[in-house]
Design a protein around this ligand. Structure first.
Ligand code: IPE
Ligand code: IPE
Ligand code: MG
Length: 242
């Protein structure tokens, strides 16, 4: 990226896809691809810090992914635990605040405990916020927000009537798990698939999309910088005329 062409996205999000196909190409089990994908996570975190990206969110496991074979789900969760254990000190040293967002009621006590510890340990960092979207889906997020509003309205009918007339998009967004964080400027999806797979349905309303055929375990710093550079040439209009 040249110095004069530096429209850096504040929030980059990645749908990390293609681990299974990467492993199949090598005649290996799907989980071999997931393990290789951890290296790519490390690479894009470092690249984000280098590029000056402030928020990086990674779609690691969808609500739908619970429907995969039990052995694969177990392996993905143990990779998550291992990665937190191995990486948290280096993330901390690099100024990264580590958070996990999603339906945590489906995660084991062990994972939930580690998530809280890693978050607390790195909460003072402000160079990059790394959001791991785990057991997440866009519809789940929106439904939970809607349910919390309904409950509030039932508890306090006067507030409920006020909300029925005046609820704003900001009020609604403050109930999503991403509350307090900016919406993604750029959403990258690897492996050639061109769909959202129930990802940031609300937050992605005005995101730029970047699709690449590269499979996730092959997606490293160069591929990340290519995507950011492509973004820097886009013209975002938000429905207006320029
Ligand atoms: C992405 O790779 C990782 C997760 C969804 C957890 P996949 O496991 O979906 O790999 P493909 O799409 O089958 O190649
Ligand atoms: C999307 O990938 C979910 C994650 C990357 C975590 P999938 O591989 O699950 O998506 P589909 O099934 O191809 O839509
Ligand atoms: Mg996939």
């Amino acid at each position: 990226m040249t110095e004069e062409n530096k429209r850096i996205p504040s929030h980059v999000s990645i749908i990390m896809d293609g681990n299974g196909r990467w492993a199949a190409q090598r005649g290996r089990e799907r989980v071999f691809g997931h393990a290789a994908g951890v290296e790519s996570v490390r690479a894009v975190v470092e690249a984000s810090v280098k590029a000056g990206v402030r928020y990086l969110s990674l779609y690691a496991f969808s609500e739908e992914n619970w429907g995969r074979p039990e052995a694969e789900v177990t392996r993905l969760m143990s990779l998550m635990v291992q990665s937190m254990r191995n990486e948290i000190d280096s993330l901390d040293r690099n100024g990264v605040h580590f958070v996990v967002l999603g339906n945590r009621s489906r995660l084991s006590d062990e994972i939930n405990r580690m998530i809280d510890e890693c978050d607390a340990k790195t909460a003072h960092n402000d160079r990059l916020t790394l959001m791991i979207m785990l057991s997440y889906s866009g519809k789940w997020d929106i439904l939970e927000a809607a349910k919390s509003l309904v409950k509030e309205a039932l508890d306090d009918p006067e507030k409920g009537r006020a909300m029925a007339d005046g609820l704003s998009a900001e009020d609604f967004a403050s109930r999503l798990v991403t509350s307090g964080y900016p919406d993604p400027d750029l959403i990258i999806r690897t492996s050639g698939e061109k769909r959202l797979s129930n990802y940031f349905l609300w937050q992605g309303a005005y995101s730029e999309f970047y699709f690449t055929d590269v499979l996730w375990p092959d997606f490293r710093e160069k591929e990340f910088f290519d995507a950011v550079e492509d973004y820097s040439r886009r013209d975002r209009r938000y429905g207006k005329v320029k």
